[in-house]
Design a protein around this ligand. Structure first.
Ligand code: GDP
Length: 194
């Protein structure tokens, strides 16, 4: 897909700040440092639109990007931080719960995992939680440029096995260094959105 306009419309800390309107959206979720900002910037062919790695301690927000005046990407903060207080974590948990369970515009979730490693406990918990809420998921396995090609199939089958991936959920190998996987990612995202 060619992106002709891309704008960060709001960084929402509370659910009343979520934008209205009929536009379909996909959310992007993953452990911090997995390569989520790089993925967004590669897909949108824009450098630095999505900030890389939100720092621990910073207010957690859902960042809504409005694309081609037609749909949203919603950047969900990276999970797996240690440095957030219990109270903050609980408050944020409620915002996330409300987003993922009540947001009618949400058509599915892109969950990013690191292609090099086994999915973490947090990755598995997140995937289970998304499936519990019956959301379609696209798994994007990042940093594939760091794995020799001959091992790609093996890494994909490990990811499927560890996540107990549902048959309908695709795994896309991706590299923001080479843009490998970009076309396939757009194809799957378009299928979710429209
Ligand atoms: P985020 O915290 O999930 O938003 O992760 P970032 O996009 O900030 O990426 C974290 C680090 O991984 C940065 O140093 C990136 O340059 C690097 N990185 C992200 N994607 C790739 C990739 O596909 N290949 C390689 N080799 N490095 C990547």
């Amino acid at each position: 897909m060619k992106i002709t306009s891309a704008e960060l419309i709001i960084s929402a800390a509370k659910d009343h700040q979520f934008p209205g309107g009929p536009f379909p959206e996909v959310a992007l979720s993953g452990r911090s440092n997995v390569g989520k900002s790089s993925f967004i910037n590669t897909l949108l062919a824009r450098k630095g639109l999505a900030r890389t790695s939100q720092k621990p301690g910073k207010t957690q927000t859902l960042n809504f990007y409005f694309l081609n005046d037609r749909f949203h990407f919603v950047d969900v903060p990276g999970y797996g931080y240690a440095k957030v207080s219990k109270k903050e974590r609980e408050a944020w948990g409620r915002v996330m719960e409300s987003y993922f369970t009540h947001r009618e515009q949400l058509k599915g979730v892109i969950q990013l995992v690191d292609a090099r490693h086994k999915p973490t406990e947090d990755d598995i918990m997140m995937y289970d939680w998304l499936k519990y809420h019956e959301l379609p998921v696209i798994i994007v396995a990042t940093k594939v440029d760091k794995i020799p090609k001959g091992k790609w199939d093996k890494h994909v089958s490990n990811i499927k096995k560890e996540l107990k991936l549902h048959d309908e959920d695709p795994v896309i190998l991706f590299s923001s260094e080479t843009a490998y996987g970009k076309d396939r990612a757009w194809k799957e995202i378009t299928r979710l959105l429209f």
